[in-house]
Design a binder for this molecule. Structure first.
Ligand code: SF4
Ligand code: SF4
Length: 532
């Protein structure tokens, strides 16, 4: 303990509350260089691969599309563009199973590839970005569809626009990759350290020149060396530091990494920008460099294909839209029948129901676990209130309290206990001696809260509509009464000055005739228009 403390002090590191040591299993996949996946015959590209609104399709079925061509335009501020990852024919835009914990389908663009892999004309590189307006650079990043590649998939252009009142003092580049098994960021740092730094430098420019801190867990010494070597080649040394941090899950969580590197705490319900910090994944930094310096949209990513059920685990550069089954086949198929196929890591990933689902931008890992890797925990027992879950919770929550209230469907109480600060890291469930699937309760409670909020929103909308209708009906009734009153008054007023009763009667009949003729002419005109 004393050794860790002195290390923390020497490297100016802090520690976060809780966390656990888990077998990292990184050696399974980190010994080979990244391999480029061959072109698949069919690409299924979801139109929503990010947090925010689904992108709007801008292509038509039957059209020939080119690699890098825009398929769907970002719709709204929090959204991201989607591009074709190879050339071919767009054969459908239809619902298809996608990587999502719900297992539901979503709208996808389906391309039958033509084998040519022909690029569309790309925008000019912005190598002189230092002379450009920051809004123009952000627009390029938005066009390129760059999102957080660490799993959160928040549109990067939005994160790089914290607003005029927000001074960003620190940009953190997240190379911690703390989930067991996953090594795609490790390999990216080893192989594309220069691009990651180039992307970090662009972000530094966009955020008003903050300092840059790069955090890498100390179980990735080669990545650390590659990044250090690349940094020495740049003129970024004056404002950039690379720090090796102790391996402890979940040090790659945004709030945990901020705490480790700066000692600062992000307040509950707040985003890091509130305390002057922006955090970006190493993959997103490389994608920003591709977009700005080469005009290339985000159409592929590095994916770790691993687990002891995979014959040859490794990292692959994969086109977005490639079926997961292709990745597994490329890695030699299964060594043994997997008990569980997971998208993401074993702690925060979710089980894949369908091996034909496509790779998306946030999909960093495909994990095929054997029986031995997923031993049966046995049935959940009663909570014994031992408090171990609270000891390891990195968000400083009271997991057992959350569990009780989620179980009782007491949605107000779970929110009182800051349910939405839970990052679903799974530390609490991992140490629970009663094997209670705690995270499942929290996910359920979050969904219930969201559903309740949605119900409230709909009810409020219905109330406003009802009130508006009442106001309209009352107005119409007032107008009708006013018309009747005026008519009555004019009848009571009698004939105009100088008119005999006979003449007044004649004038009223003439006016009625004119009104009827006008009505008939209007009806005839309407009929003509309909026929036309
Ligand atoms: S670790 Fe499990 S048994 Fe212990 S208090 Fe938490 S929920 Fe209850
Ligand atoms: S899953 Fe949530 S409650 Fe459990 S340890 Fe992680 S942050 Fe805490």
């Amino acid at each position: 303990m004393a050794a860790i403390q002195s290390l923390l002090h020497r490297d100016r590191l802090w520690t976060f509350h809780g966390g656990i040591h888990v077998p990292d299993e990184k050696a399974l996949s980190n010994s080979r260089p990244v391999e480029v996946m061959p072109l698949p015959t069919r690409l299924v590209i979801p139109l929503q691969q990010h947090i925010g609104a689904t992108a709007r399709p801008v292509v038509t079925v039957g059209e020939r599309v080119l690699k890098g061509q825009l398929l769907a335009q970002a719709e709204g501020y929090v959204s991201a563009c989607i591009h074709a990852s190879s050339s071919g024919t767009l054969v459908a835009i239809e619902p298809h199973p996608v990587p999502h914990p719900s297992g539901l389908s979503a709208l996808c663009a389906v391309i039958e590839t033509d084998g040519e892999d022909a690029w569309t004309e790309l925008p000019e590189p912005m190598t002189h970005y230092g002379q450009l307006d920051v809004a123009e650079i952000r627009e390029r990043i938005r066009w390129a569809g760059v999102v957080g590649l660490g799993g959160a998939s928040f549109p990067t252009s939005v994160k790089l626009n914290p607003g005029p009142d927000q001074r960003i003092r620190t940009l953190i580049i997240n190379g911690a990759e703390c989930e067991p098994y996953i090594t795609c960021d490790d390999l990216l740092m080893r192989e594309r350290a220069g691009d990651i730094l180039a992307g970090a430098r662009i972000m530094h420019h966009l955020l008003g020149d903050p300092r840059i801190l790069i955090g890498i867990e100390d179980n990735k010494p080669e990545a650390f060396e590659a990044m250090r070597f690349a940094l020495a080649e740049t003129d970024m040394k004056g404002y950039t530091e690379i720090r090796s941090i102790p391996t402890l899950y979940p040090s790659g969580g945004e709030k945990q990494l901020i705490r480790i590197l700066t000692g600062e705490e992000v307040p509950t319900h707040a985003i890091p920008a509130r305390i002057g910090i922006v955090c970006q994944n190493v993959g997103s930094a490389a994608a920003v460099a591709d977009a700005v310096l080469e005009g290339r949209p985000l159409i592929s990513r590095v994916v770790t294909v691993t687990g002891r059920a995979i014959a040859e685990p490794r990292n692959l550069e994969v086109r977005i839209g490639t079926p997961v089954s292709d990745l597994i086949a490329h890695c030699g198929g299964y060594r043994e029948r997997p008990r569980k196929l997971v998208c993401g890591g074993p702690m925060m990933g979710f089980e894949i129901a369908h091996p034909e689902i496509p790779v998306t931008k946030p999909a960093n890992c495909v994990l095929a676990l054997t029986e031995a890797e997923t031993p049966d925990a046995g049935p959940a027992l009663a909570c014994i209130r031992c408090g171990r879950c609270a000891e390891v919770c990195p968000a400083k929550l009271l997991p057992q309290q959350l569990y009780w209230h989620a179980r009782a469907k007491d949605l107000d109480r779970v929110q009182d206990y800051n349910l939405f600060d839970c990052i679903e890291c799974g530390c609490c469930a991992q140490v629970c001696p009663s094997h209670i699937p705690l995270v499942q309760y929290y996910r359920y409670a979050k969904n219930e809260v969201w559903a309740r909020e949605e119900e409230k929103r709909k009810a409020e909308l219905a109330r406003m509509r009802h009130e508006a209708k009442q106001v309209r009906l009352e107005r119409q009734e007032r107008e009708r009464k006013a018309r009747l009153r005026r008519k009555k008054e004019s009848l009571e007023a009698g004939p105009e000055k100088g008119q005999t009763d006979q003449e007044a009667k004649k004038a009223a009949i003439e006016a009625a005739k004119q009104r009827a003729a006008a009505k008939k002419a209007a009806a005839a005109k309407a009929e003509e228009t309909n026929d036309a």
